[in-house]
Design a protein around this ligand. Structure first.
Ligand code: C2O
Ligand code: CU
Ligand code: CU
Length: 423
């Protein structure tokens, strides 16, 4: 609803049960329902407010992953909402059209709450994206896909999973928008899939069963300059990708995930994620435009200072998260160059709040096309050096920090996180 020029969303965290499997109900958490939450949609330039109610018996927070916003609205561990209490963050959307998401960020308990079902998408629209001939009819040819892995006990409750103890819980069953083995009735020649890896530890490598090429059009922070013809797209926890796939009438094809990193996977390496079933006659879709947007060439020359982040064990730069310590202070309206390295063979990723960064290089080389756009989360391959151009704009706050962390949620909960102020 719109009240006095503010777009207002109601979001209520609730306890419930969900019937995923025939054997029995699973205790779950959800926003405005028993599992996951509504897709929030707002346009660039709009002022938004989320009237958030905590209907849980535990504290929680709601973090807007990928959103550029004041630290006090960011929903990190410094903004707990007590059971029964409410929280009313308000900000102006000011970033390009993108697929963002929201989830709890309670210190030490993020994995538990996200895995129980607290997550949803937040789509940003803008005029530039709206002017392109891309599928954007939500639920028809523009489909949000929250991909998660879970394991079930024989009675239907969530099981601990088949995970490795150092990385968190891996499941042997894939849920897409909370559904096992889903299919999508495709009614148009082209369909846009907004993929979110909403899992706490599993890395995916999405591809179609027949190896068909698709267009990668957007990553975490918005459109790429041009579609990238791809046969697969890897996503680590928290990352998003928008792809456009072309279908022929009457055909069926599965979207699958293979294992990008065999060390990460116990059990089967390949999962079916979603079956696409095309109708006998498909509505026309325009060709994907050859040019999508203009991205500034990332220019590190004026950026200062440089910082480096060594991810090892469950620490960043040999320190565990301390809610009482700001690890550094950045200056508003400046850019910095961050060098990030994963020092050990455990899988890690790197996520920064408030900003969308650009990847300058990977091991000194130009990054692959899929990393050329705006990103807020990046998978870190072992022993590679990622140089990121990170910019902080608009919002200064000397008391509330933003977070950076590994987005494998168990690692984050273990303290593989730090915080910084922007002043
Ligand atoms: Cu998606 Cu700090 O989180
Ligand atoms: Cu985030
Ligand atoms: Cu990690």
């Amino acid at each position: 609803r719109v009240e006095d020029g503010v777009r207002v969303f109601d979001l209520s965290a609730q306890e419930g049960t969900t019937a995923f499997v025939p054997q029995g109900e699973t205790a779950t958490l959800g926003y405005n329902g028993s599992y996951l939450g509504p897709t929030l949609v707002a346009a660039r330039g709009e002022r938004v407010r989320v009237d958030t109610v905590n209907g849980l018996s535990d504290p929680t927070t709601v973090h807007w992953h990928g959103m550029h916003l004041p630290a006090a609205m960011d929903g990190g561990p410094h903004s707990p909402i007590a059971p029964g209490a409410s929280w009313h963050p308000e900000w102006v959307i000011d970033q390009p059209a993108a697929t963002l998401w929201y989830h709890p960020h309670l210190h030490g308990r993020t994995r538990e709450q996200v895995d129980a079902g607290l997550a949803g998408m937040f789509l940003v629209r803008d005029d530039e994206e709206a002017a392109l001939a891309l599928p954007r009819d939500y639920g028809v040819d523009d489909i949000p896909l929250i991909v998660q892995d879970r394991a079930f006990n024989p009675d239907g409750s969530f099981a601990g999973g088949i995970g490795m103890q150092f990385d968190g819980v891996l499941g042997d069953t894939i849920l897409v928008n909370g559904v096992i083995a889903p299919h999508l009735e495709v009614t148009t020649e082209r369909v846009r899939l907004r993929l979110l890896n909403g899992s706490s530890a599993r890395m995916y490598d999405f591809a179609f069963a027949d190896g068909r090429e698709f267009d990668l059009i957007a990553t975490d922070g918005g459109l790429l300059e041009a579609p990238v013809p791809s046969e697969s797209i890897p996503l680590s926890p928290g990352e998003r990708a928008e792809i456009v796939v072309t279908m022929t009438p009457g055909e069926q094809v599965a979207l699958r995930s293979a294992a990008p990193d065999p060390d990460l996977h116990a059990g089967s390496a390949t999962f079916d994620v979603l079956e696409l079933r095309a109708a006998e006659s498909l509505g026309d879709s325009p060709e994907v435009p050859a040019h999508l947007t203009e991205l500034p060439t990332p220019d590190a020359i004026a950026a200062a200072p440089e910082r480096s982040f060594e991810m090892s064990g469950h620490e960043i730069n040999d320190r565990e998260m301390d809610l009482g310590r700001a690890d550094f202070t950045a200056t508003v309206d400046t850019s910095e160059v961050w060098t990030v390295r994963n020092d050990n063979p455990l899988p890690h990723s790197f996520h920064v709040h408030d900003t969308q960064f650009r990847v300058l290089s990977v091991d000194g080389e130009v990054p692959p096309a899929r990393l050329a756009g705006y990103k807020d989360t990046i998978a870190l391959e072992w022993n590679r050096e990622y140089r990121l151009l990170v910019r902080f704009e608009d919002y200064a706050d000397a008391s509330t920090p933003y977070m950076y962390h590994c987005h494998l949620l168990w690692h984050e909960d273990q303290g593989m996180m730090g915080q910084f102020l922007v002043v």
